[in-house]
Write a protein that binds this ligand. Structure first.
Ligand SMILES: C[S@@+](CC[C@H](N)C(=O)[O-])C[C@H]1O[C@@H](n2cnc3c(N)ncnc32)[C@H](O)[C@@H]1O
Length: 258
């Protein structure tokens, strides 16, 4: 872990809390080549042109996806991170807002409806943040994000750091980010959702060498720092939940049914 600008840790937080914060912040979707492959297959299968990300952090992930999707919409609650993210993606196909993620999701889905769009959005929920002072019902941003998406069927959702198949995942105060935690909210987004997860076999993470020449990945300080940070299996191999509007033909995907 390096530079001071990365993480807002109140002085009162313990080293355990700081460790959780660091872990949340540096996990990234682009880092797992298999996750990227599955996302591109879903993009093709559901004819998706818009990628949405909550919690864009320093923008490495949205910069990557901006090379693959026609438009990218993202938000972050931190002015500091958003500024860094914007500096990375200045000339690209982006809408980036400093806003709380549930409010952001409500607003983009309302706009989408007003525009009478019917296409499917790919929504990556990654505004994870651990604040030990938050009351139990506010602790998991992802639950409030799913509530904001209630009734919005035109989406495929990906949730990183999910508890499945023994892979690395989030645990706040002993509570795991698992299906039980979010199943009620998911069923209200789309009762027809089908659920899929990855396994250790279906993970393949990047190294400093493997990013060379990959479209959308840049060998900048922050990208290399993210790669170096993933030093243990728990950090490298992260669980993913995919929620999609209809059944997938698993001969085409490296995923298993939830
Ligand atoms: C895990 S990091 C995101 C990493 C990033 N998606 C990536 O792949 O590189 C979490 C980010 O969510 C942001 N965040 C936390 N709570 C939020 C909220 N309620 N609304 C929007 N952003 C939030 C944090 O500021 C932080 O930048």
């Amino acid at each position: 872990m390096g530079t001071a600008h990365k993480i807002h840790c109140p002085a009162s937080q313990t080293s355990m809390e700081n460790r959780i914060l660091e872990e949340l912040i540096l996990m990234s979707w682009w880092f797992d080549k298999k996750a990227v492959e599955q996302t591109l297959k879903l993009k093709e299968e559901f004819d998706i042109s818009t990628y949405v990300e909550t919690g864009v952090f320093r923008g490495i992930n949205i910069r990557f996806w901006s090379y693959y999707f026609k438009e990218v919409w993202g938000c972050d609650i931190s002015e500091e991170y958003l500024k860094i993210a914007k500096s990375k993606v200045q000339d690209r196909n982006m809408l980036l807002l400093k806003i709380d993620s549930p409010t952001f999701l409500k607003s983009i889905t309302n706009t989408y409806k007003k525009m009478r769009r019917e296409d499917t959005l790919f929504i990556y929920l990654d505004a994870h943040f651990y604040d030990p002072k938050l009351p139990a019902n506010e602790k998991w941003v992802v639950k409030n994000e799913l509530k904001a998406l209630e009734g919005f069927r035109n989406c495929a959702i990906a949730i990183h750091d999910f508890d499945c198949n023994g892979l690395g995942h989030l645990v706040y105060d002993g509570e795991h980010l698992n299906f039980e935690l979010i199943k009620d909210e998911l069923s209200k987004v789309n009762p027809d959702f089908r659920f899929y997860t990855n396994t250790r076999e279906f993970c393949e993470v990047h190294t400093r060498e493997s990013i060379k020449g990959v479209i959308g990945l840049v060998e900048d300080e922050e990208t290399l720092e993210t790669i170096d940070y993933h030093s243990t299996d728990r950090l490298k191999y992260r669980g993913i939940l995919y929620c999609v509007p209809r059944e997938l033909d698993l001969r085409r995907y490296q995923l298993i049914c939830k």
